[in-house]
Design a protein around this ligand. Structure first.
Ligand SMILES: Cc1cc2nc3c(=O)[nH]c(=O)nc-3n(C[C@H](O)[C@H](O)[C@H](O)COP(=O)(O)OP(=O)(O)OC[C@H]3O[C@@H](n4cnc5c(N)ncnc54)[C@H](O)[C@@H]3O)c2cc1C
Length: 821
């Protein structure tokens, strides 16, 4: 009698926790349980009275806000103050910058799928499409990447002029200022296409449109500053750069030692109030050719010319390159990807207040301005570059694997090569889906800072994997640089993408979860802001609301995680039917599991989590993989749930779910408070570890998509520079790829005939001639084999250089003297 009753009470409690029910529902459960225990079990009065008293006390304590606030919330707030360290201004500004979006849904433990699926499909306007098909296509045909990277170490003058003239520097500048005012989708599409032809050109175009003077003026500039600078930037009359990093301030950019002292000085023949600057910056892209430097520095007012405060904080200014005291240094060489990049410094440079971005209103707000602009720019530029490289690897390395033969077979047919090809294709699918979804958020007005860190890190890391796989497959032809090599420069450029806009180790270990927990968790930010409130009465009221909301959230995720873990998500809601259905259900499970894991980790580690970067990184990985999987599901829907794309969907989901599982497993295993780790392992995976990496069957199917002409291949590589014009290397590979599809069955006939001893010749052409003589193939088929032979020869040929290294050859005498020395 007792046992079933308890089970029913427990089940109702579980259900209430699962639904995150409010206080009234819990009070009703307590009252109902008490009534059932007292009357159902006919408890004697000396047991039932204390039980009723305990229940009444519990109800009063939890159900009456005033009592709860005074007896519980106040004490908990005091503990919170002790446990959580004060935040620095730069930390707080970084955390508060930008907005939250789908990342917050994933953190909720109950993602609202309608929000994702109702996000508008990515699309370009007619004008944007025309720009891609016109000026961008023309620019791509003008670019000779080998000449740019090896011979000139710069873009040729006609390319610089074309970029200026067609307003490539004004992609984000509104039309009223002479810019193109493109959407984020279009901006990304432009950068991606150019990058598939020349990374130097892509970086040159992307930097002025990313974090820099143009963006900063748009958001924070005064009207006068916008009227003066934006048209000049859009027309390319001013070349901007943005200088934040210096020798002593790299990743810890907020610690920049560069100073600006408020003082009077000379400007255009008059004495005016302004700032005297001293700085030293390095690694500044476009710095060597910039006419206007966006500068970040720390501003001080020791003479109190502006007010009481001395330390005014990080401030941003525009410094004309020809201002007295400014020095533009020589060029750095970023791994032989010769976009303009170099140091600059200033000694006692005076600028008037009108050169501060936003003038006096934005003094000291520089860090926040940077973080907000970074959230937007970081979502566009490097992701576009990374996806461009992955698409190039998919299209041309896939084609190479279909064309190149060893052991009498296309190398793409060997299982080892297939595995690497499948990774390239599967990662490219994930990357492109993630790029597009993030751009949709930007185009609906979001500035998702956590998402921007996720895409920056995970797309550049996937670029790393894809380009390494491409290199392994292309082997010697990927290594030998020259005009014929389409992947070598993308391989060299990878560490640049990994380092800039937040170096990857830092981004994974500190930013993604560090910022994600603060921004996306539904309650933590409220607890922090309640704790910061100077009004102590209001602080207790707000903290009470936040902390009890948090407890409900925690219990909800524990209940959901266990239930979904036992059922492996099966009974949860999916917004779709069909092959993607189970992936939505699994994400429901992972979302609860992640939110629970995040809470348990934060509860057991408190402020120490900041130092436990590995744990933070693993939580960030789970959030990120959930985001990437959401993007893949959305793309599959947007593309019309095509059967042909199913291998890509299955590969991408298997890859990510396995990574989520491994990150959670390792998190539980490494939690310093071991009982919490054991409990977490049980709550997260009560029915074992279900996820495995993509299996061989899926891997095979995915690789096939790159080895044969098909719609999936075209969709996967859409948006890069494509041509079948044989004057371009891409065109030659493309022709050979299609010819390989034509000749594959003929070559199979020849192989079989050779095996069977019907033909005995060794070379392919000789075998074909013999087969023709024996009536095994037709005249046209012989021609096809001959054509393929020529095309294959062109594709596998690598460059060699008569004059390479000549300048380093030592004369015999020098050799001897060197040797003796
Ligand atoms: C080609 C190129 C172009 C650039 N363009 C510009 C530009 O236009 N404007 C500009 O202002 N800057 C620019 N930069 C600077 C770039 O943003 C910095 O290089 C970057 O911030 C890293 O700084 P650092 O190289 O000094 O590395 P460091 O800060 O010395 O970092 C070294 C390593 O330590 C890791 N690390 C540091 N702190 C932590 C932490 N707390 N937790 C975990 N890991 C950590 C980093 O991830 C990195 O792996 C450019 C750099 C390059 C190479």
């Amino acid at each position: 009698m007792w046992f079933p009753g308890l089970i029913i009470i427990f089940a109702i409690a579980w259900y209430l926790a699962y639904r995150e029910a409010g206080a009234n529902a819990w009070i009703a459960l307590v009252a109902g349980s008490m009534a059932a225990i007292t009357f159902g079990a006919s408890l004697p009065w000396h047991l039932s009275i204390p039980l009723w008293l305990a229940a009444a006390a519990l109800v009063l304590l939890l159900g009456v806000p005033k009592i709860r606030q005074q007896l519980l919330a106040k004490k908990l707030l005091a503990l919170f103050h002790k446990a959580v360290p004060a935040m620095s201004d730069t930390e707080r500004e970084a955390l508060e910058a930008g907005s939250i979006w789908w990342d917050a849904e994933l953190f909720s433990g109950r993602p609202n799928w309608d929000k994702l699926l109702n996000t508008p499909r990515p699309q370009l306007s007619e004008q944007e499409q025309a720009f891609l098909d016109g000026p961008v296509e023309t620019l791509c045909t003008m670019l000779d990447d080998w000449k740019i990277t090896h011979e000139d170490q710069d873009l040729p003058p006609e390319v610089w002029n074309f970029i200026r003239e067609k307003r490539f520097f004004g992609l984000v500048i509104p039309e009223e200022y002479g810019g193109l005012e493109f959407s984020a989708q279009a901006h990304s599409a432009v950068v991606m296409k150019i990058s598939s032809r020349s990374i130097v050109a892509a970086v040159t175009v992307m930097v002025p449109n990313s974090l820099g003077p143009g963006k900063l003026l748009l958001h924070y500039g005064t009207q006068a500053q916008r009227d003066y600078y934006l048209p000049r930037l859009a027309r390319g009359e001013e070349i901007p750069c943005f200088a934040l990093t210096g020798p002593d301030a790299g990743s810890d950019a907020g610690a920049l030692p560069d100073t600006g002292i408020v003082t009077h000085g000379e400007w255009e023949g008059k004495t005016v109030l302004g700032v005297r600057l001293n700085w030293e910056k390095r690694y500044i892209t476009l710095g060597p050719v910039a006419t206007i430097i966006g500068l970040a520095f720390h501003m001080y007012d020791p003479e109190h010319l502006l007010g009481d405060k001395e330390n005014l904080g990080i401030t941003l200014a525009l410094i004309p390159g020809d201002t007295p005291g400014v020095t533009i240094g020589a060029r750095h060489i970023p791994l032989d990807i010769p976009f303009q990049n170099g140091p600059n410094w200033g000694k006692d440079v005076f600028i008037p207040m009108s050169q501060l971005i936003g003038e006096q209103e934005f003094i000291g707000k520089g860090w926040r301005m940077l973080m907000e602009s970074l959230a937007e720019g970081r979502s566009i530029s490097l992701p576009a570059l990374a996806v461009g490289a992955a698409k190039v690897s998919s299209r041309y390395t896939g084609a190479y694997a279909a064309i190149r033969q060893q052991f009498n077979m296309p190398i793409g047919r060997f299982e080892g090569v297939e595995e690497a090809l499948a990774r390239i294709a599967g990662l490219t699918y994930q990357m492109d889906a993630t790029r597009k979804l993030t751009l949709c958020a930007l185009d609906t007005g979001e500035m998702p800072s956590v998402v921007s860190a996720i895409v920056k890190y995970h797309l550049t890391e996937r670029y790393r994997q894809a380009i390494n796989d491409a290199m392994d497959i292309q082997a010697g032809s990927g290594i030998s640089l020259g005009p014929a090599n389409l992947i070598g420069r993308a391989y060299q450029a990878l560490p640049i993408a990994v380092t800039v806009e937040g170096a990857n180790i830092l981004t994974r270990n500190m930013i993604i979860f560090g910022q994600g927990a603060m921004r996306c968790h539904p309650w933590i930010i409220r607890e922090f802001s309640a704790a910061r409130n100077q009004d102590s009465t209001q602080a207790v009221i707000d903290f009470d609301h936040a902390i009890f909301g948090h407890i409900g959230f925690f219990l909800g995720n524990a209940a959901r995680s266990l239930f979904l873990g036992i059922t492996r998500g099966r009974l949860s809601r999916s917004p779709v039917t069909g092959p993607a259905r189970r992936y939505y259900q699994r994400l429901n499970w992972m979302s609860s599991a992640f939110a629970l894991a995040a809470d348990i980790t934060m509860m057991t580690l408190g402020a120490a989590l900041k130092r436990k970067e590995r744990l933070s990184a693993r939580l960030g990985d789970v959030l990120s993989e959930m985001y990437l999987t959401s993007a893949v599901l959305k793309q599959f829907e947007d593309d019309g749930c095509r059967e042909e794309d199913l291998p890509l969907l299955h590969w991408a989901c298997a890859h990510s779910f396995h990574r989520m599982q491994e990150s959670l497993r390792l998190l539980a295993r490494n939690l310093p408070f071991r009982p919490a780790g054991w409990a977490l392992r049980l709550l997260l995976f009560p029915s074992g570890l279900p996820y495995a990496p993509p299996d061989d069957r899926i891997s095979h199917k995915v690789a096939q998509l790159l080895l044969h002409p098909c719609g999936s291949r075209d969709r996967l590589t859409q948006g890069i520079f494509l041509t079948d014009d044989e004057r371009f290397r891409q065109g030659v590979i493309e022709q050979a790829f299609f010819q390989a599809a034509v000749t594959a069955p003929i070559e199979k006939t020849l192989r079989n005939a050779h095996h069977a001893g019907l033909i005995t010749a060794e070379g392919r052409i000789e075998q074909a001639r013999e087969a023709l003589e024996k009536g095994l193939i037709s005249e046209e088929e012989l021609d096809d084999i001959k054509k393929m032979h020529l095309l294959r020869r062109q594709v596998i040929t690598v460059d060699s250089f008569e004059d390479y290294g000549k300048q380093y050859l030592l004369q015999p005498e020098t050799k001897i003297s060197n040797h003796v020395a």
